[in-house]
Design a protein around this ligand. Structure first.
Ligand code: NAD
Length: 497
């Protein structure tokens, strides 16, 4: 059995807290490793390593920092097969999906390679006679990232490449369910030439997180996970005086108008609802059909959902891998039971899948509910599994109202051929990311990712320009050089002369 520890100060550091937890292979249900859970003291030692590395790293020219990012990008690309295998072995998603998610992370590294340009400030010549003024952005210090199980490579890579390229040092606390990938990324950052202490991986649970939130040497916290924890992290860390961005859960709706290409909409929904077994914060879990789109769409979806191939993520024939843990499997199953009890029509039932040779794995087939209503728990709650609910509405306004009244506002999409409906939707949807005939509108690395309402606590989206703003603070310098003319002291508010 493998033992997973921490990566601090440029090397593996063994956990000494006496606390650890199991890591499972969801494809077989067997335990594959134990992971150390850091104590408060171990967490403080990691913060010390990051704090000591900060002054020299902050003073390193951005171009030199960028060159390390270039090398890191090459190393991740050269090792993408191995990293994807780590993701599949602990998360369960298919290898091709794992590779795709790593590539989306690499795109953020590519963005961070442009850091000398991104950090350029603004300059005003002669704001007053002989006085110049300019603004610049400087790094914050030690930044912490706390990440969820569902994207063990991509979500950390939304954070640390931008934070580190900006001149900060970083402590990543990955999900205890799939920690191997983060440790490998840290080794590759070291191989790319990053000085010790600039990027650290601390494994653990609540104790490590709470220590990071309280310690005054941590300047900023980036969190991605469930809404309940995101809100708690946001409150505690802002009270402790930190800059915080905390991204939470989602319930993404896709509105299907009667004029939409329904074949295309059905295919889009399949990938968006069932890719990665629905364990994506941008998964579509609600299809809102308008007018007579409902019957036709459900007719197209049902055979597709029945035909989904569920199997180990390492099998290239699998469309969908297992769920992440037994506990999560039970939770998802509980929602399907509740949806049936609440009176929704279970058109396709994915419970009860069993695979020969993989009887211990956490497999669930695709589930399709029709005639779901807004008070049912399968509609209100984020299930985070392969469950698609169809809600029917008579018109566009009714569909938009549904999107806007849900507590979450991560992504929302519309499928239509009507430019007017698409434009209205883009303007009026209360969500941070909107798709028009695009089911999962995840912004590219040079734009920024984030939700509205209870899908994000804080003021900044992640990566892209918002990432640079989050990981730096602005300074404005006003400067005058003595000319030999002495004017004496002035006691009034200076104005332009
Ligand atoms: P989670 O909230 O259980 O865990 C996230 C992180 O917080 C982990 O590192 C975990 O160790 C830590 N944590 C858990 N409970 C804690 C507590 N009480 N105190 C302090 N730290 C705690 O989330 P998860 O199950 O790993 O991930 C799934 C969730 O993440 C879903 O809700 C999904 O929507 C969300 N997610 C959101 C986005 C987004 O961009 N908005 C992206 C990916 C995932």
């Amino acid at each position: 059995m493998r033992s997973l520890h921490h990566y601090i100060g440029g090397r593996t550091v063994e956990g000494r807290s006496g606390r650890d937890g199991p890591v499972f292979d969801p494809a077989t249900g067997e335990q594959s490793a134990t992971v150390a859970y850091a104590s408060a003291d171990e967490t403080r030692a990691a913060i010390t390593a990051a704090a000591e590395a900060f002054p020299e790293w902050a003073a390193t020219p951005p171009l030199r920092r960028a060159r390390i990012m270039f090398r890191f990008k090459e190393l991740v690309e050269a090792n993408i097969g191995e990293i994807a295998s780590l993701v599949t072995a602990e998360h369960g998603k298919t290898l091709s999906d794992a590779k795709g998610s790593i590539t989306r992370g690499v795109e953020v590294v590519e963005f961070a390679c442009g850091i000398p340009h991104l950090l350029k400030g603004e300059y005003s010549d002669n704001v007053g006679t002989g006085v110049d003024s300019w603004s610049l952005r400087q790094p914050l210090g030690v930044c912490a990232g706390i990440t969820p199980f569902n994207f063990p490579a991509m979500v950390p890579m939304w954070m640390f490449p931008v934070a580190i390229a900006c001149g900060n040092t970083f402590i990543l606390k990955p999900s205890e369910k799939d920690p191997s990938c983060a440790l490998r990324l840290a080794e590759l950052m070291g191989d790319a030439g990053l000085p010790p202490g600039v990027f650290n991986v601390l494994n653990g649970d609540r104790e490590a997180v709470e220590t990071l939130l309280e310690d005054e040497r941590v300047a900023a916290v980036s969190f991605v996970g469930s809404t309940a924890v995101a809100e708690q992290v946001y409150r505690r860390a802002t009270t402790a005086g930190k800059r915080v961005q905390a991204l939470g859960g989602a319930k993404n709706h896709m509105v299907v108008m009667p004029d939409a290409d329904l074949e295309q909409a059905a295919d889009a929904l399949m990938g968006a609802a069932f890719g990665s077994a629905g364990e994506r914060c941008m998964a579509i879990s609600v299809a809102v059909t308008v007018g007579d789109a409902g019957d036709a769409l459900v007719e197209k979806l049902a055979p597709r959902v029945r035909a989904l191939k569920v199997g180990p993520g390492s099998d290239p024939d699998s469309d969908m891998g297992p769920l992440v843990t037994q506990a999560h499997f039970e939770r998802v199953k509980g929602y399907i039971d509740a949806g049936e009890k609440d009176g929704a029509d279970l058109v396709v039932d994915g419970r009860g899948v069993s695979l020969q040779g993989y009887e211990g794995g956490y497999y669930m087939g695709g589930n399709l509910f029709d005639n779901v209503t807004p008070e049912m728990s399968i509609y209100t709650d984020e299930i985070f599994g392969p469950v698609l609910s169809v809600v029917r509405r008579d018109d566009f306004e009714g569909a938009l109202k549904l999107v806007n009244e849900h507590e979450y506002g991560n992504g929302a999409a519309i499928f239509t051929r009507d430019g007017d409906a698409a434009r209205e939707f883009s303007h009026r949807a209360q969500a941070g990311m909107v798709g028009v005939n695009v089911p999962i509108p995840v912004p590219m690395a040079f734009h920024s990712f984030g939700g509205w309402k209870r899908s994000l606590f804080g003021d900044h989206f992640m990566h892209g320009p918002e990432g640079v703003r989050f990981y730096t603070k602005m300074k404005t310098v006003t400067s005058r050089w003595p000319t030999g003319i002495r004017q004496g002291a002035e006691y009034i508010m200076p104005t332009m002369k």
